[in-house]
Structure formats: structure tokens, C-alpha cells
Ligand binder design. Structure first.
Ligand SMILES: Cc1cc2nc3c(=O)[nH]c(=O)nc-3n(C[C@H](O)[C@H](O)[C@H](O)COP(=O)(O)OP(=O)(O)OC[C@H]3O[C@@H](n4cnc5c(N)ncnc54)[C@H](O)[C@@H]3O)c2cc1C
Length: 295
């Protein structure tokens, strides 16, 4: 299959890229790794007049620590994040989730910014970055704004990105070392999008009681789903297996998943419940072992 005709633009700087977006507005689409955009063009689901290729734009591919945050350039390949020692050390949740994204060939082209902007509700990266309390740096000729992951996702395949904005950088607060995390997912085959996936972060206080918990679910709503009531129910508990069981039931009761040809709504709810229980138990175990090791 071939895409509809378009004009190709190949900027080399951020300024050139955002000037092109300002000039062409909704008629333009940004091309990053092309792993979601190109299939959509070939299926004629999109018909942009211009493609603005950001692959040669300087300064969009980096992984570094800036002021207590992990900063990742939007055009950084998913495979580079998966293999980054800095990511593994500072942000183990992100490291753990990366191999669940598609296949390594796709991760070698696909970018973090492309996945976050595409906003597939079953995608791993939006879920993990939401759980980590990440923020997105958006640039246009009008200036720069920083949007939290919680505000970025507005609905199915929809974000707060305006047509003339370029996502340039993702900033993720580095979790304290005593944080335990877990990412778990169910998909039909390895590399498929998740039927349900769960990202969890847990920290205990000095008495071994849960002082912080974050639980975000993918694949069950149009946007990454976070249940504040479920999280609140765990604060102050020892996060024993029965606490995890009760919390996962509470969370599952709030879900309104869709049925489609991949799985029924009931299956998705059940899978999310079981994954949440297991991920909470796993993250709690890891947090306790950090506390015992004094790290
Ligand atoms: C067979 C297959 C299986 C897959 N399985 C999974 C999976 O299991 N999990 C998963 O998460 N993904 C999966 N993907 C998608 C893959 O991860 C893509 O890499 C990702 O969704 C898009 O990243 P990209 O860099 O290729 O973006 P592109 O396809 O180039 O762009 C995607 C969208 O984001 C916009 N965009 C890109 N970069 C920016 C930016 N910097 N600023 C603003 N807008 C931008 C584009 O205009 C476009 O609308 C799969 C893809 C394939 C082909």
C-alpha cells in the first residue's frame, strides 16, 4: 500500500521545524520513527499535505540528568532508552517497560516522543510516564510550555498538543532510591499492544507502612487510568498480599473497559485486576528489599 501524495520537509534545527509547523498548521504532520504514522498514511487514515521529518533536527536525541530529573529528547529511539545504563539506574520502571513495546526492530526506529504523542491507550510509554509524574516540553513559534502527563492525555489518540507544537523533551522526576516499582502486561503475543498493562511505584515509611503509591493502568480507558481512591486505600497499610488484593478489586470496579475483537471488557477488567495485585506485591517486595539493604 502507498500513502497519499505529500510534500516532504527536512528541517535541521528546532526553529526550522516549528516554523514549518506554524506555516502549515493542520496540513502538516511530524514524522519521527514512522512506526505509527506510516501505517496510518498507507491505510489512508491520514492525508497530510506536508510531512515534517524531525529525524535530522539537532538536539532532539539525548538522555541526561538535569536538576533531579531524567530528561529525554523526543526523538530518542526507544531502543536507546531500553539499553541506557542511566535509565536503568535512575528510572527502573521505564527500563522494565521498554521491552514490552512491539519488537526490537520497531523500537530501533520508534521514538519516545512519537509514542507519547500518538497516545495509543494500550501503549506502554504513556502509562509509565504518567505513573512517574512526567512532564512534556512543547515548543512552537509562540514559545515553550510544559504540560504534565496527567493533563497531556485528553482522550483516545488525543493529546493537548496543538497543530503547530513540537514535543521536544520529556522530563521525569527521578524516584527516590527506596522506591519499589513494577510493570506488568498481558498481550496476545509478545510484541502486541497490551490488552491490559499496569505500572506501579511504592515507597514505605520508617515503620514499614505505605507512604506513597502510584498505580496506572493501560488498555482499559481512552487515556492512562489512575485511581486516586485505590491509591488512597493503600496509604498507611503494610501493603500485605490482602491489601494488594483489596486495592486491585477496588480499582477493577472503577474500570469501564471496551470490548473489541482482541478481548471482551470482562477479560480486560479481570486481567487488569490480577496484574494490579501482582504488580503491587512485586513493587512492595522490591521497596522492602531496598529498605533492608539501606539503599
Ligand atoms: C507491528 C507494530 C507493533 C507495535 N506494537 C506496539 C506496542 O506493543 N506498544 C507500543 O507502545 N507501540 C507499539 N507500536 C508503535 C511504536 O511503538 C511506534 O514507534 C510509536 O507509536 C510511534 O513512534 P514513532 O517515533 O514511530 O512516531 P511516528 O509514527 O513517526 O509518529 C506518531 C505520531 O506522533 C506524532 N509525533 C511524532 N513525534 C512527535 C513530536 N516530537 N512532537 C509532536 N508530535 C510528534 C506524529 O505526527 C504522529 O501523529 C507498534 C508498531 C508496529 C508497527
Amino acid at each position: 500500500m502507498k500513502p497519499p501524495a505529500f510534500e516532504y520537509r527536512d528541517p535541521r534545527t528546532r526553529e526550522e521545524a516549528i516554523a514549518l509547523l506554524a506555516e502549515h498548521g493542520e496540513a502538516a504532520k511530524i514524522l519521527a520513527g514512522g512506526q505509527s504514522l506510516v501505517p496510518m498514511l498507507n491505510l489512508r487514515l491520514l492525508r497530510p499535505e506536508y510531512l515534517v521529518d524531525i529525524n535530522r533536527v539537532a538536539g532532539l536525541s539525548f538522555i541526561e540528568v538535569k536538576g533531579g530529573e531524567l530528561a529525554i529528547g523526543a526523538c530518542t529511539r526507544q531502543r536507546a532508552i531500553e539499553r541506557s545504563e542511566l535509565v536503568r539506574r535512575t528510572c527502573p520502571l521505564l527500563h522494565e517497560a521498554m521491552p514490552f513495546i512491539a519488537h526490537f526492530q520497531i523500537r530501533s526506529r520508534g521514538t519516545i516522543g512519537g509514542s507519547l504523542s500518538h497516545a495509543d491507550p494500550a501503549a506502554e510509554l504513556p502509562t509509565v510516564v504518567t505513573a512517574l509524574g512526567g512532564r512534556f516540553v512543547l515548543r512552537s513559534v509562540r514559545g515553550e510550555r510544559v504540560v504534565s502527563a496527567a493533563d497531556f492525555y485528553t482522550g483516545f489518540l488525543s493529546t493537548a498538543l496543538r497543530p503547530d507544537e513540537l514535543l521536544t523533551e520529556i522530563r521525569v522526576p527521578i524516584p527516590p532510591v527506596q522506591t519499589g516499582c513494577a510493570f506488568m502486561e498481558v498481550s496476545r503475543r509478545h510484541g502486541d499492544f497490551a490488552l491490559a498493562a499496569v505500572a506501579v511505584l511504592v515507597r514505605f515509611d520508617q515503620d514499614g507502612r505505605c507512604a506513597f503509591v502510584r498505580l496506572v493502568v493501560a488498555g482499559v480507558h481512552g487515556v492512562p487510568f489512575r485511581s486516586a481512591d485505590t491509591e488512597a486505600s493503600l496509604i498507611g497499610t503494610k501493603l500485605l498480599p490482602e491489601d494488594a488484593e483489596n486495592a486491585s478489586r477496588l480499582m477493577a470496579a472503577e474500570l469501564e473497559p471496551i470490548s473489541d475483537l482482541h478481548a471482551s471488557a470482562d477479560y480486560r477488567r479481570q486481567a487488569a485486576r490480577v496484574l494490579a495485585r501482582r504488580a503491587l506485591e512485586c513493587a512492595a517486595l522490591r521497596a522492602r528489599s531496598h529498605a533492608e539493604a539501606g539503599t
